[in-house]
Design a protein around this ligand. Structure first.
Ligand code: KG4
Ligand code: ZN
Length: 325
């Protein structure tokens, strides 16, 4: 079995995965959403302190599995430096105490493998990752061959939902709150501009849209919020669709997946499904409970890394806030 730890942002999670079957034997996650909600976003130092309390509590429940562990895996990149370190230090301590190898996992690869929890991996795959930290399109040949073909130049898709929710004093995380509010609004009421629509670049940008929404919020009243939310969600999604359409012209998809916390967005799922129809491409989605950050996806990657003996040195495994992908 492999014990895996996730602490890259505001979720403390530990999983136990059986190596031979990929079966998830244990998974527990303690989210800090409530604690960060009053600030309208994640406060890194507070997050680190909460991980320091939560991770040992979850680990205690894993004690019955200790004698069967063959490796310990941990998210080491990307994420918040002060929160990544909490998980990495714990993983190193377990590696020393139980004398088992250490596996450093890239969180973004974790999101890709959230598609395959308790399942066989299935490649090649074109993946859209939409989370709080990332908006990027990747071509995935296999675990070791992943190339990023488009990414955001500024804010991410999920982050823009968080910021718009903050403008409206709705709380954190903003994605589900905006999605809910948008249900009662009109998508065409506000004519926000689709970002980079005149540009040939296959890249994403959310800072301009965010500012346009800010002006609408400041001009309007709370009665306008549902329409603003619906129009924002529409344009934020159309931006992704427009750029994917452009990319597909040269690179028609066969298998396509949406992963990351914001892949839970229903309007985005609907629109992507429509976009894929002419290509006859199938759409892979993670189970809703594994879209947001979790340790099961880290454990699932670690099973593949274990088979390939992709172990990290105890002295060399560090943390890296920015991903190489
Ligand atoms: O993957 P994740 O849990 O953490 C990161 O790795 O960043 O993603 C969290 C992000 C947050 O920005 C949250 O607002 C967004 O995912 N999110 C959504 C929805 N559910 C979560 N964004 C849009 N619509 C949703 N339904
Ligand atoms: Zn994530």
């Amino acid at each position: 079995m492999i014990l895996s730890i996730e602490s890259s942002c505001d979720d403390s999670a530990i999983a136990i995965t059986e190596i031979s079957t990929c079966r998830l034997l244990f998974h527990k996650k303690i989210s800090q959403e409530l604690e960060h909600s009053v600030y309208g976003g994640v406060v890194p130092e507070l997050a680190a302190r909460l991980h320091a309390e939560a991770l040992p509590r979850i680990l205690e429940e894993c004690e019955p599995y200790f004698s069967k562990l063959k490796a310990v895996a941990v998210t080491s990149t990307p994420g918040l430096a002060v929160t990544l370190i909490e998980g990495v230090v714990m993983a190193k301590a377990i590696s020393v105490a139980l004398n088992i190898p250490l596996i450093g996992v890239n969180h973004l690869v974790g999101h890709i493998y959230s598609l395959f929890i308790e399942k066989q991996e299935q490649f090649p795959l074109t993946v859209l990752l939409v989370s709080g930290g990332h908006t990027q399109v990747m071509e995935v040949e296999n675990l070791e061959n992943i190339s990023t073909v488009a990414k955001s130049m500024d804010d991410s898709f999920g982050e823009s939902f968080d910021k718009v929710a903050k403008m409206m004093n709705l709380g954190y995380p903003g994605g589900p709150l905006i999605q809910e509010l948008a249900k009662g609004g009109e998508r065409t009421k506000y004519n926000f501009t689709i970002p980079l629509s005149q540009s040939k670049l296959i890249s994403f940008s959310y800072s301009g849209l965010k500012n346009a929404v800010r002006l609408a919020v400041e001009k309007g009243t709370t009665d306008d919020y549902a329409d603003i939310a619906a129009s924002f969600e529409h344009i934020a999604t159309m931006h992704l669709i427009q750029k994917l359409k452009k990319y597909f012209k040269e690179n028609p998809p066969k298998s396509f997946a949406i992963v990351g916390g914001a892949s839970a967005n229903l309007y985005l799922r609907e629109q992507i499904q429509e976009l894929l129809k002419p290509y006859g491409a199938n759409l892979l989605l993670s189970e809703l409970k594994y879209c947001s950050d979790n340790a099961a996806m880290i454990g699932r990657v670690a099973v593949e890394m274990y088979h390939k003996e992709m172990f990290s040195s105890l002295y060399e495994l560090g943390i890296s806030p920015k991903s190489k992908l």
